[in-house]
Design a protein around this ligand. Structure first.
Ligand SMILES: Nc1ccn([C@@H]2O[C@H](COP(=O)(O)O)[C@@H](O)[C@H]2O)c(=O)n1
Ligand SMILES: C[C@@]1(CO)OP(=O)(O)OP(=O)(O)OC[C@H]1O
Length: 161
């Protein structure tokens, strides 16, 4: 059995917060706004996983009206969702992610993000791809108002490779 899911998320920049993307802190002069730590990449991986198993979305599982998730570590939210995925008998086939950011430059951080995401998904780093693109100064990303991300995930059950 194979299942596919996709995720998309956007968070606005905010001064005075750390920039956390893919479970790592990236040195920058601004972070992202959110009820949680606003890890836009992990949110898209979480949504993609939930989509693949037909379990709705991150906001349904961790409402932004619930004080329990204020400043939540998004890695912990993803770990909880991955527990549901594994309880249903699935494991990672592969996940492919795209970060849309005019700044900062993500390339120096990609290997560390891949390793962190692979760790959270109990997978090998070869099963995780993370890309970054600017939007050529166009739109809200191009105006450096925020960062967007998307992810596509493939889950496998039983003997599928
Ligand atoms: N925030 C970003 C955006 C892009 N990159 C890397 O630069 C390459 C070229 O980006 P374009 O938007 O001009 O296509 C892209 O392929 C990434 O490797 C980056 O590191 N950080
Ligand atoms: C993660 C949650 C919960 O803390 O809050 P935010 O950080 O605002 O993130 P969002 O991408 O809007 O998704 C769902 C939320 O319920």
């Amino acid at each position: 059995m194979i299942r596919i899911g996709q995720g998309f998320d956007v968070h606005e920049f905010e001064e005075g917060r750390p920039l956390i993307i893919g479970g790592i802190t990236i040195p920058y002069d601004r972070g992202l706004t959110g009820h949680s730590d606003a890890d836009v990449l992990l949110h898209t991986v979480t949504d993609a996983a939930l989509g693949a198993i037909g379990e709705g979305d991150i906001g349904r599982h961790f409402p932004d009206t619930d004080a329990a998730f204020k400043d939540a570590d998004s890695a912990i939210l993803l770990e909880k969702v991955w527990g549901i995925v594994e309880a249903k008998g699935y494991r990672l086939g592969n996940v492919d992610c795209t970060i849309m950011a005019q700044k900062p430059k993500m390339a120096p951080h990609i290997d560390k993000i891949r390793a962190r995401v692979a760790d959270l998904l109990h997978a090998d780093v070869s099963q995780v791809n993370v890309k970054a693109t600017t939007t050529e100064k166009l739109g809200f990303v191009g105006r450096e108002e925020g960062i967007a991300s998307m992810a596509t995930i493939l889950l496998l059950k039983n003997d599928q490779n």
